[in-house]
Structure formats: structure tokens, C-alpha cells
Design a protein around this ligand. Structure first.
Ligand SMILES: [Zn+2]
Ligand SMILES: [Zn+2]
Length: 157
């Protein structure tokens, strides 16, 4: 449990005079303790049991607020919905092309690629996106055990 992350968040919100609603607290706790990089929709679905009256908009507003104060990071990938994660040290992601699971891995940031692109193109480079695609151990085991008789082909985008 990364309860200290949540406590940090709470402290900083108090300092800024921002009210911490039970929903905001729950969203913070969820993101501080999950590895799954959920979408707003996934967060909403997993918290509706606890907060049956909470709307999708509440989740979005809270995510916006948490992002504004630098607690969480929004990850956007092309057309699909943004995913959110607690802001930690720099890392890249490996993504399962079969189930969409996303995991962190630490690797030095590829700053020299940005430098190279800048020199080659004359662009003011602001960022780069880099992610690894593959099949996660769970999906790999399923295919091997014959549970998935029609394995999804990896999608490249
Ligand atoms: Zn998978
Ligand atoms: Zn991550």
C-alpha cells in the first residue's frame, strides 16, 4: 500500500485550501495503489459500488484536479481513452496487445533521441512517446493452455 502517497496528497490539498470529498479521497487511493493505469471509465466502474450516486463527471473533475496539482499523470495514446497513473519517477510502459494491460518498467529516458530529432529536423522538440508492445504472462499462459483457441493477433498502431 502506498498510503503515504495519499497522505502527501491530502496534506497538499489542505495547504491549498481544497476540500477533500470522500470521492476525491477514494479516487486518490485507487490511483495511488493500483498498477493498472486505469481509464476514467474503469475508475468510475470500480467506485460505483462505494458511491452509487457518483457521476462520471465527478470522476473526470477529480482527475482534472489531481492532475492540476501534479499528483497524477494522464497518458494519452492516439484514439483510445486516456489512462491515469500516480505520478512517480520517470518510466516507460509495456503494453499487452491482447488484453491491454499496461505495466511500468524503468529505463533511462531517451533524451538523445530528442536531441537527434531536433538536429535532424530543426524542430523545437517537446517530448517523445515510446512504448513496448507484447503479450503479458497471463495471456501467454492462456494461449499455451489452449484456453484461447482464437488468439487475438497483435495490433500495431
Ligand atoms: Zn494480456
Ligand atoms: Zn506507468
Amino acid at each position: 500500500m502506498d498510503q503515504h502517497r495519499v497522505m502527501e496528497g491530502v496534506k497538499s490539498f489542505k495547504k491549498n485550501g481544497i476540500r477533500i470529498t470522500p470521492q476525491r479521497m477514494a479516487i486518490m487511493e485507487y490511483l495511488a495503489t493500483t498498477e493498472s493505469h486505469p481509464t476514467a471509465d474503469e475508475i468510475f466502474k470500480s467506485l460505483t459500488n462505494k458511491f452509487p450516486n457518483m457521476s462520471n463527471g465527478t470522476v473526470y473533475n477529480n482527475l482534472k484536479c489531481l492532475k492540476k496539482y501534479g499528483f497524477i499523470k494522464e497518458l494519452s495514446f492516439g484514439q483510445s481513452s486516456s489512462r491515469y497513473e500516480w505520478k512517480t519517477s520517470f518510466h516507460y510502459h509495456v503494453i499487452c496487445t491482447s488484453c491491454g494491460k499496461m505495466r511500468d518498467f524503468n529505463y533511462p529516458e531517451l533524451k538523445e533521441v530528442e536531441q537527434f530529432a531536433k538536429i535532424k529536423s530543426g524542430f523545437e522538440v517537446s517530448r517523445h512517446l515510446f512504448e513496448i508492445h507484447g503479450i503479458c504472462p497471463d495471456c501467454h499462459n492462456k494461449t499455451q493452455n489452449g484456453e484461447m483457441d482464437d488468439p487475438l493477433l497483435p495490433t500495431f498502431y
